[in-house]
Design a protein around this ligand. Structure first.
Ligand code: SF4
Length: 436
């Protein structure tokens, strides 16, 4: 058995965020991610995410390097022999554009990556389910540079592994969870012919189920836990913001946020909350305390009721079960839109004026939710602050005044403060439902 070998001084952990598209990579970096993980068009789980084509991967890599951040590419499909034929070319391409790491799980792909992208560090995906210290040593011998610890571990088990190995460890701190061992689930393949292990999961674990007695075929007995049905496999979402200090003490190398298919509001809210938590702990560990505003950011986004996962669930008095008894998603806010990357001056019409006595700046906004005159907009800054603005004067790009704005249109509006491209704007949901 490995002995207690790890006396490394902990480095500041990396905040690793999902990048389901090039724009999402921009948002993740903007709100403070140290690194982003993305999928290419093939060989990556999350087939429903937009993912990045080869040119976009090169662009994302360039962007990361320019900002002093990192880009990892997931190649974590469980490959069939047919997949393996196309992989060498793809791996050579990823080596050519010098991505900072490949996220892998299939031993065959690991062999190919070592051969065709020998200088690119290999990070072991959660799909490999690493649950003990000996496994970390095994994977180290296979050339793995970092390991994502299985979500099935308790804190004590994670701490024991950390003590016994010098392999950098990565831990999921936020996002959706599988009810099965991560990624090792046949529900979707069995019920819907879409395999989770090919990134095609349709999440049947979250469907509503009934009970059928075998002598009464066709007679479905509801096993109701609320009026919507029963969601017996429906895992709550992981949220470790309040426990981050304990994880920092362990010397974890990276904190990972799940969700390549999630939207801009999720990305901005999660990344800036965990960014501030990591920075505050690092600056002043003795007096570290999770701030209410971080939790508010995490409550603002669409999520199932939160849980501390298996890592801390035995401490969780308020939510003793990891199973959500309802299919309802909680969300206090909705994505109002994004500051558009086109400069306002490209549009005709008035460009300067005064607004509430303050010189105003005209900003273009890509609208994502229906907006009425009078809506309160919150512009999210990366430092955790928000700038509030009542939407009382806005127009279309031809300068026509508007009273409502529709999703997927562009409007412009005068603001008494500066904005920047890809800044996320949220607004409170009308009938908000917070059940966590
Ligand atoms: S069906 Fe549920 S448990 Fe299975 S892979 Fe999909 S999300 Fe995970």
């Amino acid at each position: 058995m490995p002995s207690q070998i790890n006396s490394m001084k902990p480095l500041k952990p990396e905040l690793l965020a999902p990048g389901g598209s090039l724009d999402k990579c921009r948002i993740a970096f903007l709100y403070g991610a140290d690194a982003v993980y993305v999928g290419g068009k093939d060989f990556s789980l999350r087939a429903f995410a937009r993912n990045l084509d080869d040119e976009e991967l090169a662009m994302a890599r360039y962007m990361a390097r320019a900002l002093g951040r990192k880009l990892y590419v997931t190649v974590n499909v469980f490959a069939s022999d047919a997949d393996l034929h196309a992989l060498p070319k793809y791996l050579r391409y990823l080596a050519d554009i010098e991505v900072d790491g490949l996220i892998v799980s299939d031993p065959g792909i690991i062999l190919l990556a070592r051969r065709f992208a020998p200088h690119i560090p290999l990070h072991l995906s959660t799909q490999a389910n690493t649950t003990n210290a000996l496994s970390t040593l095994f994977w180290k011998e296979q050339g793995i540079a970092r390991i994502n610890a299985a979500r099935e571990l308790t804190f004590e088990q994670l701490a024991a592994i950390r003590r016994q190995t010098d392999v950098p460890l990565e831990v999921f701190v936020h996002g959706a969870m599988c009810i099965s061992y991560s990624g090792r689930c046949l529900l979707s393949a069995f019920l819907n012919d879409r395999s989770a292990n090919r990134g095609l999961c349709t999440q049947p674990c979250r469907w509503s189920y009934g009970l059928v007695e075998e002598k009464r075929p066709g007679q479905v007995f509801p096993i109701t836990e609320d009026a919507r049905g029963s969601y017996i496999f429906n895992a709550k979402d992981l949220c470790l913001i309040n426990e981050l200090g304990r994880l920092m003490q362990l010397g974890i190398s990276a904190f990972k946020i799940e969700g390549r298919m999630k939207g801009a509001l999720y990305l901005a809210g999660t990344v800036r909350a965990y960014r501030q938590a990591i920075d505050q702990y690092w600056q002043n560990p003795e007096n570290y305390e999770a701030e209410q505003s971080w939790r508010e950011d995490l409550d603002a986004i669409s999520h199932r009721p939160y849980t501390l996962g298996l890592l801390f669930s035995h401490n969780e008095a308020s939510h003793p079960s990891d199973i959500s008894s309802t299919g309802v998603l909680c969300q206090s806010h909705t994505l109002a839109g994004l500051v558009h990357h086109l400069p306002a001056r490209e549009f005709p019409g008035p460009q300067t004026g005064t607004f509430n006595g303050t010189p105003d700046k005209w900003t273009t906004m890509a609208v994502r939710s229906p907006l009425q005159k009078g809506a309160l907009l919150e512009f999210l800054n990366s430092d955790g602050t928000n700038l509030l603005h009542r939407l009382d004067r806005f127009e279309d790009i031809n300068g026509r005044p508007l009273a409502t704005a529709h999703p997927n249109t562009v409007i412009r509006l005068p603001l008494p403060f500066e904005t920047h491209p890809f800044q996320v704007i949220r607004t409170r949901k009308q009938n908000r439902l917070i059940t966590s």
